[in-house]
Design a protein around this ligand. Structure first.
Ligand SMILES: Cc1cc2nc3c(=O)[nH]c(=O)nc-3n(C[C@H](O)[C@H](O)[C@H](O)COP(=O)(O)OP(=O)(O)OC[C@H]3O[C@@H](n4cnc5c(N)ncnc54)[C@H](O)[C@@H]3O)c2cc1C
Ligand code: SF4
Ligand code: SF4
Length: 640
């Protein structure tokens, strides 16, 4: 009965006893907001293919409440879509056929820390920065983490698991001692790392059930981290140096290795507004002792590397957490990702150069070594989602680049919706068959994330989905080349927008709203969100509203309006913003617009401010806010 009641709001959910631990979002604005991720797919394309609007969004705060939701959904044959921070870009949390979005970010407790064995047990909705702050205070740290410091621990296991310090500690799944999983019957089971079923939950994007708890290995916080950075005139020279480094005596002391190409450095200079970095290909290596640092620098110098200043190295290292900042330049950012054997990188980079020249496009390349043999390679470029034709062609370019990567030996990273036509480049047919057999066994009614990953289901008798069939998808990508040439003819979408937006006018706010990467960094630092539990209070939510003002302005509920107005103008969102947006200057303009239509909810605003002023939860929250984290890192850079 719960799910139906939630949808139609027939009951006051907070008062209905078993549902006390569940918040729900029913308004159209909230349902649309909670069903978008970071991918730059034009809204009308999503709508042509899929029913992306969920029936309801639920936010359980206890595992028991979540179990009840699953049981009820199963009885009612409702689809369940697990959602962490919605920072994945392949459509993992986008409904393909409607359903219930289950926001897991309120299941974020730390359950137990076993210092002796260096294992921590957490709920899956905890975010990486929250976990690391807790550990740092006790002299420990995480072993690996994604650059999306604000994504959930469960979300990273369900998607990639490749990120920082994989070089030293391996894939994230290697650090996971066990997981507690809720299956389609609402049964909870502990699955240990060595259980052969464990792998079925890694990278399968919430298809097999909901991971609610994890036991994770952690490590002692190193006394200091040393960053070496060297520039190289060419990529082949850089790759030769890399080979010598990973085969040297110091290799086992290295914790992380990254590659940024010259264009990535150029983009970083544009964002900074001055040329602080040399625009050459760079190899960035971290170690934890003075001796290892010197040894790495020596090998880099002996291999034609030009060592950068300490300031440059620290700056680049700091910026690694802001992957989406280039959106400040042109409002749109697209990327293709692969895991490559290092031995195949040279040929791939040569092929990329050819594509750049042929279509007169610029790509940035960044790569992270995930072991001494493999690298996660991300090729990204700028786009403008507000130019319809150009943005469609730019979207198709991702397919082109993904196929190019596969041709040169890369393995697909994510599947979700948009890479469905290429899934056999991630799994062999045999592996995929085994996963499907497991799925049928544990989720026979396909309630988890139906219509994606295994079998893509689209609107109109599934006809539009035909283009995602591997063969047709492959053939259609042949047309991307000519389309790109056409785009070049019409001026292309590489033309850069102006970034100057110090004085914000009403005209600017939509453009700024498009610069938001939807990364979600601002969500958990927002006192308004702490109070309302509704993302419409956060910067991500408010910018979403601005982008969709035309279609939503007359559909907002009183709860939506109160959520938007629940703002302390504290600037927490600005402090952590990926795109460094001038957010607090925008809020009065949005509020003024809404006030004209709905009036100002004065009583609710007063109540909000009073609660914030006197609430212990709020003061406690400020103390452990990720601002602390951010400021620390910034000071590191500015001091140098
Ligand atoms: C700035 C930025 C940097 C990034 N850097 C990296 C990186 O370094 N490495 C990397 O791999 N990715 C990276 N990503 C992508 C993304 O952040 C990761 O995939 C992330 O870990 C996803 O976590 P999430 O909580 O946002 O998951 P969501 O996006 O909410 O969900 C992703 C998928 O996992 C499923 N899911 C989520 N939680 C659970 C659960 N508890 N149980 C079962 N299924 C679940 C969902 O159904 C969905 O299919 C980056 C993204 C951004 C915006
Ligand atoms: S200013 Fe503070 S309260 Fe307002 S949206 Fe930003 S973080 Fe939230
Ligand atoms: S406002 Fe900034 S921090 Fe928030 S989602 Fe957008 S880019 Fe990320």
């Amino acid at each position: 009965m719960w799910v139906d009641d939630m949808q139609t709001a027939k009951v006051d959910l907070q008062k209905d006893t078993p549902l006390k631990s569940i918040y729900t979002r029913q308004s159209i604005a909230a349902r649309r907001l909670y069903s978008q991720d970071v991918a730059e797919i034009p809204e009308y394309i999503k709508k042509i293919f899929f029913k992306t609007l969920p029936d309801v969004v639920v936010q359980p705060t206890t595992v028991d409440a979540l179990i009840q939701i699953i049981k009820d959904a199963r009885n009612k044959n409702k689809i369940v879509i697990p959602r962490g921070s919605a920072s994945y870009g392949f459509g993992g949390i986008i409904p393909a056929m409607g359903g219930i979005i289950v926001d897991l970010s309120h299941l974020n407790k730390i359950i137990e820390f076993d210092e002796f064995n260096e294992v921590i047990i957490v709920e899956s909705g905890i975010k990486w920065y929250q976990l690391d702050i807790y550990l740092n205070e006790r002299g420990y740290t995480v072993r690996t983490h994604p650059s999306s410091w604000f994504s959930t621990v469960g979300g990273w296991l369900a998607t990639g698991g490749y990120g920082f310090y994989n070089y030293k500690f391996g894939h994230f799944s290697e650090d996971v001692v066990f997981i507690d999983v809720i299956d389609a019957d609402g049964k909870i089971e502990r699955i240990s790392h060595d259980d052969k079923r464990f792998r079925n939950y890694v990278g399968t994007e919430g298809q097999m059930g909901i991971v609610v708890r994890l036991g994770i290995k952690v490590r002692k916080l190193p006394k200091r981290e040393y960053i070496s950075m060297a520039y190289f005139d060419s990529i082949p020279e850089l790759l030769d140096a890399l080979e010598n480094i990973v085969n040297s005596n110091v290799a086992s002391k290295i914790t992380n290795i990254m590659i940024y190409d010259a264009h990535k450095m150029h983009i970083m200079n544009i964002i900074r507004g001055k040329k602080i970095l040399t625009e050459k290909n760079a190899l960035i290596i971290t170690t934890e002792s003075d001796n290892d640092f010197k040894n790495v620098n020596q090998i880099l110098s002996e291999n034609n590397g030009q060592l950068s200043s300490e300031y440059e190295a620290l700056y680049v290292w700091h910026e690694r957490l802001f992957t989406f900042k280039p959106k400040r330049i042109k409002t749109g950012y697209l990327a293709s990702e692969h895991i490559f054997p290092i031995s195949k990188l040279k040929n791939y980079f040569v092929a990329l150069e050819k594509v750049k020249r042929r279509y007169n496009r610029e790509f940035s390349v960044q790569a992270y070594l995930v072991s001494s043999k493999e690298a996660l390679v991300i090729v990204s470029y700028l786009t403008n989602p507000r130019r319809r034709i150009a943005s469609i062609i730019d979207f198709l370019l991702v397919v082109y680049l993904t196929k190019l990567g596969i041709k040169y030996g890369g393995k697909l990273y994510g599947i979700g919706i948009w890479n469905n036509g290429l899934k056999f480049h991630k799994y062999s047919k045999e592996e995929f068959k085994k996963l499907w057999e497991y799925k049928q066994k544990i989720d026979p009614d396909y309630i988890f994330n139906r219509g994606k990953f295994f079998k893509l289901k689209t609107r109109l008798l599934g006809l539009p989905g035909l283009i995602f069939k591997p063969r047709i998808f492959t053939i259609s990508s042949v047309f991307i080349g000519p389309l790109m040439s056409l785009l070049k003819l019409f001026g292309g979408s590489d033309k850069t927008d102006v970034i100057e937006h110090k004085k914000i006018s009403i005209k600017d706010i939509e453009r700024i709203a498009y610069m938001c990467s939807n990364c979600g960094s601002c969500v958990s630092v927002c006192p308004g969100y702490l109070y309302t539990k509704n993302e419409l209070s956060t910067a991500r939510g408010k910018l979403f509203l601005i982008r969709n003002f035309g279609s939503l302005k007359n559909k907002l509920t009183h709860e939506d309006i109160v959520s938007v107005f629940s703002c302390l103008y504290c600037k927490n969102c600005e402090a952590v913003c990926q795109s460094e947006l001038p957010l607090v200057d925008i809020w009065p303009i949005l509020e003024e617009r809404l006030e004209k239509i709905y009036g100002r909810p004065k009583d609710e605003i007063e109540e909000f401010v009073r609660t914030m002023e006197y609430s212990e939860t709020y003061s406690g929250f400020l103390e452990q806010s990720p601002n602390t984290f951010k400021v620390e890192k910034f000071n590191l850079v500015e001091k140098v």
